[in-house]
Design a protein around this ligand. Structure first.
Ligand SMILES: *Cc1c(COP(=O)(O)O)cnc(C)c1O
Length: 367
C-alpha cells in the first residue's frame, strides 16, 4: 500500500515545527548518566501548588465521573471578584496556550498577518501558522519589544499584534507609555493580545495596570495563567480577559469541556490562597537577588528580570547550557528559544539555587 500522509496533510501543518519542551531530569539521567538533576528550565513554581488547591483537588476527585462545568462559572466569578472585571469578560481556558489557539481558530485565515516580537514565546507563532497566517517577527531592541518597529510592521492584513509582558525569554516588560502607544497606533480592527503569564512576579511599581486599558478598549485581549506563580502547570488552566463579542467568538471554537473539573477547583482554591502567592513571590524575589549577586561575582552578564527566570549571557562559555547540564542543572538553551549565546534559567527554591550557584562558580573558575 502506498500511503503518503504528506499528501493528505494541510500544507500549513506539514511545514509546522514541533514544539520542543526542555529536557526532563529522567531523560538527562538516562541519556547522560547524570542522576539527581535539578530542572530550572520551565518557569514552574519551585514551591509547588498551593496546599489549598491540592486539598480542593482531593475533595473533588470522587466527582471525576461528572463532566466539568463547560463555562467554568464558579472560577469566572471568583476571578471577577478578585480582578473587578465582569464575569462575561472572562473565558477560562486549558492553559493560557489555549487562548492563542482559540484566537487563531476564530480570527486567522490564510494570508492574514500576526505581528510578534523576536524572540518571543513560541505558542503565538505555532497557533497562527497552523491557520495559515503569516507571522511577522520584529527583532527586540536591547532585549525589549520594539513597539514602534512592531507598529511599523502592521498593515491592512494584520489581524493581531502580540505583546508579552514580562517577556519570555528576556524578563523585560512593556511600559505604560508603550502600551498606550501600541493601542493608539493600531488600526481599529486589529487585536492587541497581551500575554501576562508572569504578571504576579512583577515588582516594578511602574508596570502598567492592563485592566485600566482593558476597561475601555475592546481590541485588548489579555492572557493569564495558573501555570506559573499559582503552581498548577500540570493541571492546565489559564484565562483570557476579552470583551463579550470576542469571548463569544472564542467560545464557538473551544472544546465544550476544555477545562477539567480538577483544574477548575484547583484554580479557584489557589486564587484564595494569598499566603502561598506571597510566599512564592518572596521566594522568587530573594532567589533573584541572590542569583544577580552570584552572576555578577562570576562575571556573567544578565538581563534584569521582572519574571521568575533570568536570561544569562554565555560570555566566553560558549556552551554554558551543556556545562550546566554536565553539572546536573537543566536550563533552557537560548539557541532553542531564538536567542543564541544565552541561557534562560528559572529561579529555583533555596536548594536549587544553591546547586546552581555552585555550578556557576565552578564553571567561572574554570573547574
Ligand atoms: C508559560 C507561559 C504561558 C502559559 O502557559 P500555559 O501553561 O499554557 O498556561 C503563556 N505565555 C508565556 C509567555 C509563558 O511563558
Amino acid at each position: 500500500m502506498n500511503f503518503e500522509v504528506e499528501r493528505l496533510l494541510r500544507r500549513e501543518v506539514r511545514d509546522l515545527p514541533v514544539y520542543s519542551p526542555g529536557k526532563s531530569p529522567e531523560e538527562v539521567a538516562r541519556e547522560m548518566g547524570i542522576p539527581d538533576c535539578v530542572k530550572m528550565a520551565s518557569n514552574e513554581n519551585p514551591l509547588g501548588p498551593s496546599p489549598m488547591a491540592v486539598e480542593a483537588v482531593r475533595r473533588s476527585l470522587s466527582s471525576a465521573h461528572l463532566y466539568p462545568d463547560a463555562r467554568s462559572l464558579r472560577l469566572r466569578e471568583a476571578l471577577s471578584r478578585r480582578l473587578g472585571v465582569d464575569a462575561d469578560r472572562i473565558l477560562i481556558t486549558h492553559g493560557a496556550d489555549e487562548v492563542f489557539d482559540l484566537l487563531a481558530y476564530a480570527f486567522l485565515d490564510r494570508g492574514d498577518r500576526v505581528v510578534v516580537g523576536d524572540p518571543t514565546f513560541s505558542s503565538y507563532e505555532l497557533a497562527a501558522r497552523t491557520m495559515g497566517a503569516e507571522v511577522v517577527r520584529v527583532p527586540l531592541r536591547e532585549y525589549r519589544q520594539d513597539i514602534p518597529a512592531m507598529l511599523g510592521s502592521v498593515d491592512a492584513r494584520t489581524k493581531m499584534m502580540v505583546l508579552c509582558s514580562p517577556l519570555n525569554p528576556t524578563g523585560t516588560t512593556v511600559s505604560a507609555a508603550e502600551l498606550e502607544e501600541a493601542l493608539a497606533g493600531l488600526p481599529a480592527e486589529t487585536l492587541l493580545v497581551l500575554d501576562e503569564a508572569y504578571l504576579e512576579y512583577v515588582d516594578d511599581p511602574e508596570h502598567p495596570d492592563s485592566l485600566r486599558y482593558f476597561a475601555s478598549d475592546p481590541r485588548l485581549v489579555i492572557a493569564r495563567t495558573f501555570s506559573k506563580i499559582y503552581g498548577l502547570a500540570g493541571l492546565r488552566v489559564g484565562y483570557a480577559l476579552c470583551w463579550p463579542p470576542v469571548r463569544e467568538a472564542l467560545e464557538k471554537v473551544k472544546l465544550p469541556f476544555n477545562v477539567n473539573r480538577l483544574a477548575q477547583v484547583a484554580a479557584e482554591a489557589a486564587l484564595e490562597d494569598e499566603e502561598h502567592l506571597e510566599r512564592s513571590r518572596e521566594s522568587n524575589r530573594q532567589g533573584k537577588r541572590k542569583l544577580y549577586r552570584v552572576l555578577e561575582e562570576c562575571g556573567f552578564r544578565y538581563v534584569p528580570t521582572q519574571a521568575n527566570f533570568i536570561l544569562v549571557h554565555n560570555g566566553e562559555h560558549h556552551d554554558l547550557f551543556t556545562e550546566l547540564l554536565r553539572r546536573g542543572i537543566i536550563v533552557r538553551d537560548g539557541a532553542a528559544l531564538g536567542i543564541p549565546g544565552h541561557v534562560r534559567i528559572t529561579i529555583g527554591d533555596e536548594e536549587q539555587n544553591r546547586r546552581l550557584e555552585a555550578a556557576l562558580r565552578e564553571i567561572a573558575g574554570g573547574g
